[in-house]
Ligand binder design. Structure first.
Ligand code: TZP
Ligand code: MG
Length: 348
């Protein structure tokens, strides 16, 4: 029994340490990593006599299961599977200790209730870590050509077909921007667009509407300075979804980053008839924002084949366009040309 207790305590310590390091170094999340650290310290025995008894019972060289690897151990390809596998390990060990402690608790100084609480605590922490990792993964994909499917610029063309063409032409992100149609019509359209994006690993973002983003399981939401306040949107949007914020000044961009924006859109870079009355930010603000923030920066407004190279040179990670793609005769060819220039510029 002591060998079981010893082995499971070791497993718990090791598994929690991996989770803690992922929270600390991969997610930079102080709160989660501290919670895991406290959990680890709380669970491992501090009583010297108990520690000694456990050490004396250890016979690692006689462990018949020591090298019994299962297939899935070699398959842990990313941080999410690492977190899932290690959470499972810790949860199972906590369960074992809970059962052992119910019978031998007094003799070994183990409290079964503590293991049970820790197990439930870990279910929640695992969920938090996984959702945050998934968000980080999406955030890392903010790059390249970002095509905004704007209802008014479509001129009767079919959104889904336009989306397919844009992706075939190299777009890495799509946004549904529709300030006209009722949401009852937008939700099925958004769901369809999400499917098209998911097939090609492109990000699908909904402009303005949190409810449509949630209903369509979009990868994220885009909000402007006068839309739903960031904090409210973050509270209501699932933790694995990203939020992008528009900004026209360095102060707005810095504030958005402080609030937790996953990307910052800077615009308008050039004057544009697509959004009359929009504030002009220009390349200078784009450069300054890029220097000051660490989240990806998206440039928007009046960008086309003639000026996109200088936008990339100014530091944009992604370029959002409406008319340069939607007004072209061929959505696919226009996307291809823009993508090519972006790739050339980014390779420098
Ligand atoms: N936000 C700032 S400028 C702009 C938006 C939505 C319009 C971008 O459209 P275009 O046609 O690429 O200039
Ligand atoms: Mg808006």
């Amino acid at each position: 029994m002591l060998r079981i207790v010893d082995a499971n305590l070791n497993r718990i310590g090791e598994g929690l340490r991996i989770l803690e390091d992922i929270a600390r170094f991969t997610l930079n999340d102080l709160e989660i990593s501290e919670q895991l650290k406290i959990l680890r310290h709380d669970l491992l025995p501090k009583n010297r006599t108990v520690q000694k008894r456990l050490l004396s019972a250890r016979k690692a060289e006689e462990d018949v299961g020591a090298f019994l690897d299962v297939e899935s151990e070699a398959e842990r390809t990313d941080a999410v599977s690492l977190v899932s596998a290690n959470s499972r390990r810790v949860q199972q060990s906590l369960r074992v200790l809970e059962e052992v402690a119910k019978i031998y608790g007094e003799e070994y100084g183990l409290d079964w209730d503590k293991f049970k609480h820790a197990r439930f605590n870990l279910y929640m922490l695992e969920q938090k870590i996984v959702l945050k990792l998934l968000r980080q993964h999406k955030k890392a994909k903010v790059s390249g050509l970002y095509v905004i499917i704007d209802a008014e610029a479509l001129k009767g063309r079919n959104e889904v077909e336009v989306a397919r063409q844009a992706i075939q032409g190299g777009a890495k992100m799509l946004q549904l921007r529709d300030k006209v149609r009722p949401k009852g019509m937008l939700v099925p359209l958004a769901q369809e667009l999400k499917k098209v994006c998911a097939q090609s690993d492109a990000l699908f973002i909904v402009n303005d509407y949190l409810d449509v983003a949630i209903a369509s399981d979009a990868d994220g939401l885009h909000i402007g300075q006068e839309d739903l306040p960031f904090a409210e949107a973050r509270k209501m949007l699932p933790a694995d979804k990203i939020i992008g914020c528009s900004s026209a000044t360095l102060d707005e961009a810095l504030q958005a980053e402080r609030q937790g924006a996953d990307y910052i859109a800077v615009g308008s870079i050039y004057p544009t008839p697509t959004k009359p009355g929009t504030r002009l930010a220009g390349l200078k603000i784009l450069r300054r924002v890029k220097q000051k923030v660490s989240v990806p920066v998206v440039a928007i407004g009046g960008i086309n084949e003639d000026n996109i190279a200088e936008v990339i040179r100014a530091g944009a990670d992604a370029v959002a366009v409406i008319s340069a793609v939607l007004s072209a005769d061929s959505v696919k060819k226009a996307s291809q040309r823009l993508t090519k220039i972006i790739e050339k510029g980014s390779a420098r």
